[in-house]
Design a protein around this ligand. Structure first.
Ligand code: GDP
Ligand code: ZN
Length: 354
């Protein structure tokens, strides 16, 4: 093929490798030749391992199968994550030894991100196109941390994802004290185990027709829950480091798994257990918004109120003093103020930088 033939192609794509695929239409007049990328198929990215993506081709079609793909050179700086809808060319048969190529991504409906810490604005993309986040916490072992859950809720809200909360290990402790922290969060659905048994069917119903990313600190029982919902998932569970006694996350990569229930199917996206969930990338306005009860009170705040302890006439502080924020108002306001203070400091540091 002469260099002339590539002249009117979109050079965004690696045409050389695309053309390795036998093309029966190659002899048609040039002017009528379709651009090579119109041959692309849309495939769901399920996971990535050492630069090789497992993609699902012909999803829900008669020929649904997985194939391996690499990313086109042009995309090497584009994060491609589980849940992405990729445009794939080349050999997508999925046969042993074949490799296809991702040449682009469909527009994402959502993007869940996290940063290493709150002051780090370098973000890591966790999952694309999820519309629900299922936060898993244990009633004990490890101790539930309200503020970590607050962070998940903020990240979900910031990404436009609906949060759900599941409490495991209620055979070990009563989670009601912990859960009261979230009573003020409007619309948050909570699932807890009863007599040590998780309400698997009830949780499963929430997954139908959705793409739900599961998050949680390692050791909370997230893998156990994923395995109960997706029996062929085979997520490694219960690997506890005997020396430190701490759970070690054995499921080290993020994967999409198909949930099949009596009422339909959905996608479960399992992420490795994370110790922290940095919010450096989050729009600070979304921090207050995640505390729906406090945000309602803040409607009466003076313009530009920081809601920090030294803010004059903060309506959230007044609502708390008047007992309008419920029994856990003080703890919730404390959680909010700590996060807001971190962000205020981040912005001060950013402003001070030359
Ligand atoms: P992950 O790190 O969040 O994936 O946690 P795992 O699913 O590996 O579970 C960590 C440990 O907690 C394992 O030993 C599980 O058997 C145990 N576990 C999970 N769910 C429960 C529960 O509801 N009650 C109790 N007591 N232990 C549980
Ligand atoms: Zn205020």
């Amino acid at each position: 093929m002469s260099w002339l033939d590539t002249g009117d192609d979109d050079d965004e794509f690696d045409e050389a490798s695309i053309r390795m695929r036998p093309n029966p239409k190659a002899n048609r007049p040039r002017t009528k030749r379709r651009p090579a990328h119109s041959d692309a198929r849309i495939a769901r990215v399920l996971g990535v391992d050492r630069g090789r993506y497992t993609v699902l081709v012909d999803e829900d079609g008669p020929n649904e199968h997985t194939a391996l793909a690499v990313r086109a050179r042009e995309l090497r700086k584009t994060p491609i994550v589980t849940g992405d809808q990729a445009r794939v060319v080349g050999d997508t048969s999925g046969s042993e030894g074949t490799l296809s190529r991702i040449i682009g991504l469909q527009e994402r409906t959502s993007l869940l991100r996290r940063s290493a810490d709150d002051t780090d604005q370098v973000e890591r993309v966790v999952v694309a196109n999820a519309d629900q986040m299922l936060v898993v916490v244990a009633a004990a072992d490890p101790e539930p941390r309200e503020r970590l859950v607050d962070r998940y809720l903020i990240a979900a809200l910031d990404a436009g994802i609906r949060p759900l909360l599941v409490v495991t290990k209620t055979d070990l402790a009563d989670p009601s004290g912990f859960l009261s922290h979230f009573e003020g969060v409007e619309g948050l659905q909570v699932f807890t185990s009863a007599q040590g048994a998780m309400p698997i069917e009830e949780i499963g119903r929430q997954l139908v027709g959705h793409s739900t990313v599961f998050v949680g600190h390692s050791g909370v029982g997230k893998s156990t829950l994923v395995n109960a919902l997706v029996p062929d998932a085979h997520r490694a569970t219960g690997h506890v480091n005997q020396v430190t006694g701490r759970g070690r996350h054995t499921s080290s990569s993020t994967v999409s798994l198909r949930y099949h229930g009596a009422e339909g199917s959905g996608w479960v996206i399992d992420t490795p257990g994370v110790r922290s969930f940095g919010l450096g990338h989050v729009d600070p306005a979304n921090i207050l918004a995640a505390y729906t009860d406090l945000a309602a009170a803040a409607a009466e705040c003076p313009r530009g109120c920081t809601h920090l302890p030294d803010a004059p006439d903060c309506a959230i502080v007044e609502a708390l003093a008047e007992g309008r924020l419920g029994p856990n108002g003080a703890a919730r306001l404390d959680s909010l103020q700590r996060l807001l203070a971190t962000f205020a400091e981040r912005d001060r540091n950013a402003a001070a930088r030359p």
